[in-house]
Design a protein around this ligand. Sequence first.
Ligand SMILES: C[S@@+](CC[C@H](N)C(=O)[O-])C[C@H]1O[C@@H](n2cnc3c(N)ncnc32)[C@H](O)[C@@H]1O
Length: 211
Amino acid sequence: MSVESIQTEKLIREYTALAPSYDQRWSAYLHSSFAMTLDQMTGLPAERVLDVACGTGQLLELLSERTDQSELVGIDRVPAMLEVASQRLGERATFLEGEAQHLPFEDAYFQLVTSTNALHYFPDANGALREIRRVISPGGNLIITDWCRSYVWMKLLNRVLPWTQHAHVHTFSTNELKEALADAGFGIISETRRKIDWFWGLMTIHATPLT
Ligand SMILES: C[S@@+](CC[C@H](N)C(=O)[O-])C[C@H]1O[C@@H](n2cnc3c(N)ncnc32)[C@H](O)[C@@H]1O
């Protein structure tokens, strides 16, 4: 069995168990991390929006309240998370089971791509960023929010989690993520770092494809 399929099994086990209680259990954390993402979105074109690793669809729900005309699409690897997302948004969004590193969409389709709280799980984060670059339109926008290894607790967590059953793969620092984005063909528009409480340190990076 490859490292990637062991990782996927862990992910499915962890998030299938968590799906029914995810929204409630992580409510305060999610509120802060979505706020960091939404702060970057004001005024951006969003006719076609993709949320990569959309989980239970909360970010897409918040986006649907801002834009009633957008085509909203979410993709996630775990069916149990997508079930909650579908119940939440009904026909307002389309949800697909799939992997960030193999996006089943045509080139340059989405104007806005988001991903929150998920990059640290991707078995091939560089491949996922290249796929996002492929499906995002010229002049489009990518907004990624995730744990940030530039904070001491997040650095420690990145060391500890591989010794547990948790599906975590790798937590990026801000500079590391900016380099990975540059390698995938993005230019950086802005970066924000925030400690949302005594433990969690997050970053949001807003990027656009370079032509
Ligand atoms: C912490 S949850 C975040 C969900 C949502 N984005 C949010 O902020 O609430 C992580 C999500 O990433 C998904 N995920 C992890 N690795 C993935 C991958 N390679 N491709 C697609 N989804 C993935 C998991 O299934 C899970 O739903």
